[in-house]
Design a protein around this ligand. Structure first.
Ligand SMILES: [Zn+2]
Length: 232
């Protein structure tokens, strides 16, 4: 592994992320070249799980309220970008591809669809100016790998649910987790998640993942409340 490192929190998280990929690939190596590579749905499992463990350790060790807030705020923003924003991207693609069935779409109409989706995903507190209407064009996935964006949200929520399963029943989790990574690309997510009692076709599975995003937002608000009491 070769990474830049300047001692910033982000560098620590990136290191944890890439180490996750490294461990995943090392464990899956025994499957051989063709089967070690994971499907998109599981590609970010070990990396994001590693980030989550590292983030929790950093937060637990940090006592300075302003730094705790900064850590939590960055995590929440990351999660919203990975889950809410990517799903909005997916919605945009879905609308574009559906509309395209009935004819060519003008640049004007693409901009309208983009703004519609952005307004829906971010709500009334964020205002967009007209220049933002062409910003769909900065996402390379839309052209090069249509509907790829779902994998980010899928991966993040999958790991959140996995982490929730870990906190609910830590006993024996590590052995099952290592076995899952060692499976590489030999099994679909349904099969590798079954030993954890998780099922991605069950809405409750996703709820577990989203509940984790909510819990970080709650923690951030609690820190804010504590901090304003301190300064007040
Ligand atoms: Zn990655």
């Amino acid at each position: 592994m070769l990474v830049n490192y300047q001692g910033k929190t982000r560098d620590v998280m990136t290191l944890a992320h890439e180490l996750g990929h490294g461990v995943h690939q090392l464990l899956a190596a025994e499957q051989g070249h063709l089967l070690s590579d994971t499907p998109l749905t599981l590609a970010e499992t070990a990396s994001v799980f590693g980030e989550m463990l590292t983030f929790r350790a950093l937060l637990a060790a940090e006592t300075e309220p302003r730094r705790r807030r900064a850590l939590l705020a960055a995590k929440v923003e990351d999660m919203l970008n990975t889950v809410v924003r990517q799903i909005a991207f997916y919605d945009f693609e879905l609308r574009v591809h559906t509309l395209r069935r009935s004819g060519e779409i003008t640049a004007e109409r693409l901009g309208e669809l983009w703004l519609e989706v952005q307004v829906e995903s971010l709500g009334p507190t964020v205002r967009f100016d007209d220049g933002y209407r062409n910003y769909w064009s900065y996402i390379p996935h839309f052209l090069h790998s249509p509907f790829y964006v779902y994998a980010y949200a899928f991966g993040d929520c999958l790991v959140n649910s996995l982490y929730a399963a870990y906190t609910e029943a830590p006993e024996g989790f590590a052995a099952k987790y290592i076995e899952m990574l060692a499976a590489g690309g030999t099994k679909p997510h349904r099969e590798v998640l079954a030993p954890f009692g998780l099922d991605a076709t069950d809405p409750a599975f996703w709820q577990k993942g989203l509940a984790m995003v909510c819990s970080f937002i709650d923690a951030l608000e609690a820190e804010d409340g504590a901090a304003s009491k301190l300064s007040g």
